[in-house]
Write a protein that binds this ligand. Structure first.
Ligand code: PLP
Length: 396
């Protein structure tokens, strides 16, 4: 029996049958079950911040597991305390508090429940948003195809056009609990909030006593060249009330975090929320190793530099009509609706790519991607596109 047949026989069909079965990874490279090597420009969907099998994560996880693997949330552990303090320090929040969970959807679920503790239920979210697949996170996610099979979804949510400050101002009222925004929308195809938009969101939420909540599940932890995307100049120095994180935080070990500032930090009280694995010492140790390595290896500067090289290299490609994003969170629009065929041709050429739409490729590689990898990919890209088009593999 092929592994695809085993997959189809044993796993629910939520993703379609995969084209690839990987066996191991090291740095930005992975190898499949036939020993073929690929450069991973997709990073497990923006997760493998330090690449694969990074010694710092292996060491942190191994040591922690040998010491103390799990305790319940009724008991503290040093990695949990240290990680919470570290995240608050990176945000510059002296009166913040952290709730740990296991994924992005859970981080958002906790924040949604926190927003309910304001006594209000109305939430404003943006078109193009993606916040996860649990019922609460899905209620804030705009894509109809994801939402409709599961309606009715909880809550009273208004969707406004992403980037339109006037539409946002019109939607927020004194009944609004929170406004949730991705500083750079990921799943929608890497759309950076227009200049002034996040500041306008801050202004209108403050005016109406609503929480400003940034979903940095994809943009956080160095992905854009800053610890958090809202710390980049385009964000205009805005401080939100709530930030949600996951993906890159654990570098491949599942962990999510909901971080709130000031009055918002005390909205959730004993009995309001919980999760068995949240703040697990092993996951927190992995996250601390990620943060230490980003800091000690100067990866924020590296991401800015290598991200610019990748953006420039993509912009130089004849088949690319637009490049968007910051750091190593980039999208390239193609001049034809064949991004899925380009992903297939990329795999044949030894690159793991990702399409977010019919003509859009998204690049969210490990932050340790080297300039050499970028040059090699830039040299291969024309051939990959030509291969996709020669094969006429069809559109997305
Ligand atoms: N929020 C954003 C911005 C995301 O990009 C994602 C995942 O892609 C999520 C939330 C959901 O995270 P998870 O898949 O870990 O539940």
């Amino acid at each position: 029996m092929s592994w695809q047949e085993r997959y189809e026989g044993a796993l629910m069909n939520t993703f379609g049958t995969p084209r690839l079965k990987l066996e191991r990874g090291e740095g930005v490279r992975v190898w499949d079950d036939a020993g073929r090597e690929y450069v991973d420009l997709y990073g497990g969907i923006a997760v493998n911040a330090l690449g694969h099998a990074h010694p710092a994560i292996v060491e942190a996880v191994t040591t922690q597991l040998q010491t103390l693997g799990h305790v319940s949330n009724f008991i503290a552990s040093e990695p949990q305390l240290a990680l919470a303090e570290r995240l608050l320090g990176l945000l510059g929040w002296s009166d913040g508090r952290v709730f740990f969970s296991n994924s992005g959807a859970e981080a958002n679920e906790a924040a949604l429940k926190l927003s309910r503790r304001t006594g209000r239920t109305h939430v404003v979210a943006a078109t193009g948003s993606f916040h996860g697949r649990t019922m609460g996170a899905l209620a804030l996610t705009s894509k109809a195809a994801y939402r409709e099979p599961f309606e009715p979804l909880p809550g009273h949510v208004t969707f406004v056009e992403y980037g339109d400050a006037a539409a946002l101002a019109a939607a927020v009222t004194d009944e609004t609990a929170a406004v949730i925004l991705e500083p750079i929308q990921g799943e929608a195809g890497v759309h950076v909030a227009p200049e002034g938009y996040l500041a306008a969101a801050r202004e209108v939420t403050t005016q109406h006593g609503a929480l400003l909540w940034f979903d940095e599940v994809q943009t956080g932890i160095g992905r854009t060249g800053a610890w958090f995307a809202h710390q980049l100049p385009f964000a205009g120095g805005v401080t939100p009330d709530v930030v949600t994180l996951a993906k890159g935080l654990g570098g491949g070990i599942p962990i999510g975090a909901t971080i709130a500032l000031g009055a918002a930090a005390t909205l959730l009280q004993p009995g309001n929320h919980g999760t068995t694995f949240g703040g697990n010492p092993v996951a927190c140790a992995a996250a601390l190793a990620v943060l230490d390595t980003i800091e000690h290896d100067g990866l924020l500067e590296h991401v800015e530099h290598v991200g610019k090289r990748l953006a420039d290299a993509l912009a130089d490609q004849p088949a690319v009509t637009e490049v968007r994003g910051h750091g190593l969170m980039l999208a390239a629009d193609l001049d034809a609706e064949d991004a899925a065929a380009v992903v297939d041709a990329g795999r044949d050429a030894g690159y793991l790519l990702n399409a977010t739409g019919p003509s859009t490729l998204r690049f969210v590689p490990p932050l340790v991607l080297s300039e050499h990898d970028v040059e090699a990919f830039a040299a291969a890209f024309g051939g990959i596109v030509a291969g996709a088009r020669a094969d006429d593999r069809g559109g997305a």
